[in-house]
Write a protein that binds this ligand. Structure first.
Ligand code: GRF
Length: 189
């Protein structure tokens, strides 16, 4: 099946998905990497892997036709910070996945990404945090939850410790969920 991966930053999740589709774990072709940030390091990862890239700002119509051209079955948001317009979501309904670095509904919504989430988790002395994978609907960090994984938080944690632990969990869970979805029959256009 054909994937498009949307990123805004470093793209470590993207790299994991690239590696696992190259080694055969994922029966997937990554056809396009989309970024709202032309300086995202993830774009370099895409270029190194010889995957087409596309910069999206307000040109979602053009993006739709690029996706159609490549017969994309599943869109994977992996640290994509822009809000995807409603009509775009409607045309891919049930075919867009997102990963969020908290236990949704905790620490999600506007402005809740990356280190901001972990900062608050530490500030609020949460004993536990985690990762949520969900289908995307037209609300931010919202939609049917497919999987969650729990990550312990320690008193001694600095921001980067928690961030590293969460990232590690993301790298494990996201390819696994994508694999399950791709092998099932639910993804149909
Ligand atoms: C991840 O923590 C993801 O949950 C969040 O943004 C981060 C992206 O990291 N939405 P990376 O670019 O894949 O390294």
């Amino acid at each position: 099946k054909n994937l498009a991966i949307f990123i805004s930053g470093s793209g470590t999740n993207l790299q994991e998905i690239i590696d696992k589709s190259r080694n055969g774990y994922l029966k997937a072709n990554i056809k396009l990497v989309v970024s709202d940030n032309e300086n995202a390091y993830g774009l370099k990862r895409a270029k190194n892997a010889k995957i087409d890239t596309f910069i999206v700002k307000k040109n979602y119509k053009e993006l739709l036709s690029e996706l159609d051209k490549r017969e994309i079955d599943l869109i994977v948001l992996a640290g994509f910070l822009s809000i995807v317009p409603k009509d775009f979501i409607d045309s891919f309904k049930g075919h867009i996945l997102n990963i969020h670095p908290s236990l949704i509904p905790k620490y999600c919504g506007k402005g809740m990404y990356g280190s901001k989430v972990h900062e608050l988790v530490l500030e609020n002395k949460e004993g536990i945090s985690g990762v949520t994978v969900h289908f995307v609907d037209d609300k931010i960090d919202h939609g049917t939850i497919i999987a969650r994984d729990f990550v312990p938080v320690y008193n001694s944690d600095k921001l980067e410790d928690l961030e590293r632990r969460i990232h590690k969990t993301e790298h494990r869970i996201y390819p696994r969920i994508i694999k399950t979805l791709l092998e099932g029959d639910i993804i149909e256009k």
